[in-house]
Design a protein around this ligand. Structure first.
Ligand SMILES: *Cc1c(COP(=O)(O)O)cnc(C)c1O
Length: 231
């Protein structure tokens, strides 16, 4: 199946699930996760109307941003684990960082965000399934970190992101997804401009939309399987 076919299929699915949940049909944005995929695949997605892309690896992501600099209106999301020695290139090239989980990284991104660019949009990553192997902060740490981020002028706190532990049963999936929804409402109540709840991947997209997700992150179902599975 072609990338453009896959994209329209997923967009249709998102709209149907929104309507089934009595949400506006444009309530959920599709982030195309393009890690490990060649520029030609991204260009195909762009030709089909896709504008928001997620990348996990700093070097690869920056190269793609540069190679596609001729295309207007693209939106680049960094969705991988970010080490402090790599913050500068991310601050210089991306529009969003979805995996913020430490004040030190936030401070570096704030300092390194070029003055001529709009503030960097950030999501706090929550380790919602409490997995020791996963990045993200505990739910109890959310407001503390959010208050510190809110004081940084070159960052714009837009919401939360999570990668829940995989579950095959939608009712099981919804336990973590509902916990995220409730954290998101808490965050929205305290901060202006919080509008993004990034959750839902290929296998839990429907449950995520039912639980208030505003952005689903989809890779394989758009671009096909990756040769080596990225983190
Ligand atoms: C790879 C990745 C995705 C997309 O995964 P697929 O299984 O290819 O749809 C979504 N979110 C994050 C954070 C990822 O690393």
């Amino acid at each position: 199946m072609s990338i453009s076919h896959n994209l329209s299929h997923i967009q249709q699915h998102i709209q149907q699930q929104c309507l089934a949940c009595k949400r506006p049909e444009n309530a959920v944005k599709l982030l195309a996760v393009s890690k490990t995929k060649p520029i030609s695949a991204l260009r195909e997605a762009i030709a089909a109307g896709q504008r928001a892309f997620g990348e996990n690896y700093v070097q690869e992501g920056v190269e793609k941003v540069q190679q596609l600099a001729d295309v207007e209106g693209l939106e680049w999301h960094f969705i991988g684990h970010l080490q402090s020695n790599k913050t500068r290139v991310v601050a210089e090239h991306f529009d969003w960082v979805q995996t913020l989980d430490r004040l030190k990284i936030a401070e570096r991104l704030n300092e390194q965000r070029p003055a001529n660019l709009a503030p960097l949009n950030v999501l706090i990553q929550i380790n919602i399934s409490d997995e020791t192997s996963k990045s993200g902060i505990a739910p109890s740490e959310m407001l503390g970190l959010a208050r510190q981020i809110a004081a940084l002028p070159k960052l714009k706190l837009r919401g939360l992101m999570a990668i829940p532990k995989p579950e095959s049963d939608p009712e099981q999936q919804k336990i973590a997804l509902r916990a995220m929804q409730s954290l998101f409402l808490t965050l929205q109540a305290e901060f202006d401009g919080v509008d993004t709840l990034s959750m839902g991947m290929s296998d839990d997209m429907s449950a995520a939309i039912a639980c208030g997700s505003t952005m689903v992150r989809i890779g394989t179902a758009i671009f096909g399987a990756r040769e080596s599975q990225g983190a």
